[in-house]
Ligand binder design. Structure first.
Ligand code: NAP
Length: 275
């Protein structure tokens, strides 16, 4: 279990859900980790964002695995906070080998395209698309100096397909897939790889405080159990994806095993998008 040994991995949105699973998995694989999250609510986002105690728990679990951990608040909508995060990471570890651009919001949603307010539209694009761009803006100069790095953007099957009443989220994730391809070309000659992972419906795993399925259910005005049933029916395999399944893919993309892979998207969706 040392596929990321001697590597430094920065994960945004590490307080819960997929980001937390990625941090724990990276630590299990021997990486030192920088874990970051927003830790406060944002206007126009209709659900509670992560709490400080959740990022503290990610830190505790990673430290127990014997790796070095830097924990720091950063809102990916604020370039000065992202810049401070990256500076602290470099001051502490001297390098960043892998960036997992995971921070994202699943709502506002649940309405036809024209019913989004300007604020609702803007916040989806600002967090889910401009957020990863801001982190790349700050991390790329470090990786260019190193002449090596792996950037992993957590997109979604919503980056490949349309979802009724989720236009803002879908547009942001399609944008993230486009950003991935162009950035991959920008940095290919510098040995910096840029790829995206497109998870399908991921279940709300209690171990990592996952809550996105509930966010989707609430947006559509249905019960969590109903959304879980819809998700199960929509995948090809008789099981939905866990946050750890997504984290496993980040380990491969972050490791030297994928050293010739760039500019691509990997779906982790139990066959959802194959139908
Ligand atoms: P989650 O539990 O809500 O986690 C998202 C993380 O991003 C949270 O820790 C969240 O912090 C953080 N975040 C939100 N806004 C932020 C900001 N402005 N700055 C910094 N961090 C911010 O959701 P998840 O399901 O794990 O989602 C993780 C990623 O996977 C997202 O990009 C999502 O779009 C993508 N994804 C999820 C699914 C799914 O079914 N779960 C499927 C496909 C793709 P807070 O906790 O404070 O919100």
């Amino acid at each position: 279990m040392d596929r990321l040994k001697n590597k430094v991995v920065l994960i945004t949105g590490a307080g819960r859900g997929i980001g937390k699973a990625c941090a724990i998995k990276a630590a299990e694989e021997g990486a030192d980790v920088i874990i970051s999250d927003v830790e406060r609510n944002i206007d126009s986002v209709p659900y509670d964002l992560s709490r400080t105690s959740q990022l503290d728990d990610t830190e505790k679990v990673c430290k127990r695995l014997g790796v070095n951990v830097l924990k720091k608040h950063a809102d990916v909508t604020k370039v000065e906070e992202v810049s401070a995060l990256v500076q602290d990471a470099v001051d502490r570890f001297g390098r960043i080998d892998v960036l997992i651009n995971n921070a994202g919001i699943g709502a506002p949603a649940g309405k036809p395209t024209h019913d989004y307010s300007s604020d609702e539209w803007d916040i989806l694009l600002n967090v889910n698309l401009s957020g990863p761009w801001r982190v790349i803006k700050c991390v790329a100069p470090i990786m260019l100096k190193q002449q090596v790095g792996s950037i992993i953007n957590i997109a979604s099957t919503a980056g490949l397909l349309g979802y009724k009443h989720f236009a803002g989220y879908v547009a942001s994730k399609h944008g993230l897939v486009g950003l991935t391809k162009s950035a991959a070309l920008d940095y290919a000659m510098d040995n910096i790889r840029v790829n995206a992972i497109c998870p399908g419906p991921v279940y709300d795993d209690e171990f990592v405080d996952g809550s996105m399925t509930k966010v989707v259910a609430d947006s559509l005005g249905i019960l969590l159990g109903e959304q879980e049933e819809i998700d199960l029916q929509s995948v090809a395999m008789n099981t939905v994806v866990s946050p750890t399944d997504v984290a496993e893919a980040t380990i491969w993309l972050g490791s030297d095993e994928s050293s010739r892979v760039t500019g691509t998207t990997i779906t982790v969706d139990a066959g959802y998008s194959a139908k």
